[in-house]
Design a protein around this ligand. Structure first.
Ligand code: HEC
Length: 210
């Protein structure tokens, strides 16, 4: 083997080696199209798409897919990018396939909302708790099959102590949306919600909604 040939073989190995390394890096670093979720991913709840008593969105533009899942009569898996919210301060976001198999790739978020926008107070998967120590996943897991962890009020989750009049009133008072757009009865619904606070049922969690 002459020097020239050794050089060529060496170069080929080098190129193959570099290709291999690039392959490893691609697997280890987030893909270029990975979903970035940050505080700016969340907005005025009423600008999302209403479904029954809650709101949905899709950070990747696939709102049709998200709506199809939300409206599937027998339940369906929500597509990546889906955002689901019932109250302004809590959200579920469907991440890329394989991101978190145990939570069905849902990431749970607890938000602080104000006139200046959203900030993320807590985020994560099976271990994320709301600020008062209650685990999002534990409450939502009964709805896993076939509802993809979305509880609504008939999918097997233990009920929460607030009704849809109250969640509707909270949606219409979302401070990120500008002026509140109250409907008749909202003041009473919010008053009842505050009264629940006084009675002490789920005290801290209810306080966190205001
Ligand atoms: C005490 C149990 C409980 C805990 C803890 C809990 N949830 Fe829920 N969540 C529910 C129930 C029940 C509903 C449905 C209420 C309804 O529609 O009347 C719900 C509704 C929702 C919805 C609207 C979609 C749906 O599933 O109906 C989102 C989004 C949500 N929760 C996110 C969260 C996040 C994020 C956390 C943690 C920060 C959390 N939840 C903690 C029980 C819980």
């Amino acid at each position: 083997m002459n020097t020239h040939r050794i050089f060529r073989v060496g170069m080929t190995l080098l190129i193959l080696g570099a290709g291999g390394l690039a392959g490893i890096q691609a697997a280890d670093t987030p893909a270029a199209n990975a979903l970035q979720v940050n505080a700016q991913s969340f907005r005025c709840i009423r600008q999302m798409i209403p479904v029954r008593h809650f709101y949905v969105d899709n950070l990747l533009g696939n709102t049709a897919g998200t709506l199809a899942a939300a409206n599937a009569p027998k339940g369906a898996i929500y597509p990546p990018g889906s955002v689901v919210q019932l109250v302004p301060t809590e959200a579920m976001v469907k991440r890329e396939a394989g991101f978190s198999p145990v939570t069905g790739d849902w990431e749970f978020f607890e938000l602080d909302v104000s006139t200046s926008g959203s900030t993320i107070r807590a985020r994560g998967f099976a271990d994320v708790k709301n600020r008062f120590g209650k685990n999002c996943f534990a409450c939502h897991v009964p709805a896993r099959d076939p509802w993809d962890f979305v509880c609504e009020d008939t999918h097997g989750c233990a009920p929460i102590p607030i009704d849809h009049r109250m969640t509707g009133a909270l949606q219409r008072a979302d401070p990120r949306c500008g002026a509140p757009e109250p409907q008749p009865g909202d003041a009473m619904a919010l008053f009842k919600l505050r009264t629940l606070v006084i009675i002490g049922s789920s005290l801290d969690w209810i306080k966190s909604l205001f």
